[in-house]
Ligand binder design. Sequence first.
Ligand code: UD1
Ligand code: MG
Length: 458
Amino acid sequence: MTGERTTQRSCLAVVLAAGEGTRMRSARPKVLHAVANRSLLAQVLDAVGKAGGTTTAVVVGPGADAVAGEARRVLPDAEVFVQAERRGTAHAVLAAKDAIARGADDVLVIFADTPLIRPQTLVRMRDALAGGAAIVVLAFRPKDPKGYGRLVFEGGELVAIREELDASAAERALDLCNGGLMAFAGASALAILERIGNRNTKGEYYLTDAVAIARSLGLQAAVIETEEDDVRGINTKAQLAETEAALQQRLRKAAMEAGVTLVAPDTVFLSADTKFGRDVTVEPFVVFGPGVTVDDDAVIRSFSHLDRAHVGKGALVGPYARLRPGADLQEGVHIGNFVEVKEAVIERGAKANHLSYIGDATVGAGANVGAGTITCNYDGIAKHRTEIGKNAFIGSNSALVAPVKIGDGAYVGSGSVITQDVPADALAVARGRQAVKPGWATRVRDLKAAAKKKTPAK
Ligand code: UD1
Ligand code: MG
C-alpha cells in the first residue's frame, strides 16, 4: 500500500492521548473506550503500524497509567511520554520532543480519539512528504464545520489554519476543514514546532499554527483531502456509538469483499479482529466478540454469540448457540440451539445439537452429546475437566460430574448422573430404577370420583 519512496523512509508516529474526555462522563480515560471491541488507542496504533510506522510515541496525561499500559500491551516498543499540563496540541506533540529529535524521515501526528483513520490515508500523507512537502494537512468537508479549524488559501496555496474561535466571519464560511492529524518532514519538524506560540483566544499552543510558520520558513505545505469518517473524533458517548456504526459498516464490507456471505449485514456485529476463511455464511443477528476465528465453509446460524472462540472448517453453529472463551470447534463440528461451550475442544465431527453446557472439557471426534447434557465443572471451589472419548454417546439429560472421563466408544444412559470414570465401550447408567405399578392411575381416578359424590355441587 505504501509508495516506493515512502517505504524506504523511517517514520515516527506521535499519538496524542492526553485528553481527559470529560464529556464521556466516565471514570475510564476516553481513549480506553472501545469500538468493535478494541480500544480507541489500539485501533489507532493498528492503523499506524499498517501505514509503516517504525517507531511510536504515545503522549499521555499525568497519572494515565492505564493508557500507558494499554499502549504497551498493544505495542511493547511504544515509548510513552507524559504531557504534564494540557496546554494544546502542539504542546502535546513536544512532550515527545526526545523522540522527534532522533530524526525520523516522517513524523505523523495522530489523535488517539480519531479511531477510524485508515492506514491508506496515513500513507497518502507520507507520500506527500516523500514528494517534498515539509508539512501535510489532512482536510475534509464536514456536514457541519462548526468547531473545526478552517483551511485558509491564498492564490491556491494553503497559508494558514484558523481555529473557529479565532476565525473571522469570512473564514468561518470556508468549508474545507482541518481533520487534526498532520505529517511533518522530520528534518524541519522541531524547528517548526518550537516556534509555535500561544497568542490566541484559548491561550493554547496550537498545532495548526505550524502551517503559517512553515510558510514563513519558506517550506512547502501540502493538503490531502479525505472523507469525514477518517477524521471522525469522539468526545461523547453518542459519537462513540456513531463511530461504532461506521466501523461496523466498514468491517462488514471488508468481510463480504473477502468472500463471507452475510445474509443481512446490518444485523451482524463484528470485532476489529474477527477472522473469516472463505465461503463462510453468517445468518442474520449474530454477534462476534473479540478473538473469533471462523474457518472456511462454516455456517453461523442466527442469534448466535461468539467470544474468543474458534470455529473449524465446515462447522455448523446455532441457531442460538453461545461460544465462550476457549471454545475450539474442529472441522465439521455441530453445535446447535441453546448449547453453551466454554474452554472446551470439540474434536472433528462431534455433535452437541441441543440444550447443553460443555465447559472445561474435551469432546472426542465423532462423539454425540445428547440434549440437555451438562458438564458439572465447578464444585464451588475449583473448576474440573470432563473428557469424553472418541465416538462416545452421551444420552440426553445426563450430568457429567467433573473430574470425570468417558472412554472412547462408551455409552451413557439418558438421565444419568455420572460421578465415576466410564471405561471405553462400556455402558454406564446412573439413575433411579423405574418402578411400574399396574392399575395405579385407575385407582386414583376412582378415589377422586368418590370424593366428588360426597360433596355435591352448590
Ligand atoms: C483540533 C484542531 C482543529 C481540527 C480538529 C479536528 C488544533 C489546535 N485544532 O481541534 O483545527 O479541526 O482538531 O478534530 O490542533 N491533546 C492533548 N493535549 C493537549 C490538547 C490536546 O493530548 O494539550 C489531544 C487530545 O486528547 C486529542 C487531540 O489532541 O486527541 C486533539 O485535541 P482537541 O482538544 O480535541 O482539539 P480540537 O479542539 O478538536
Ligand atoms: Mg477534538
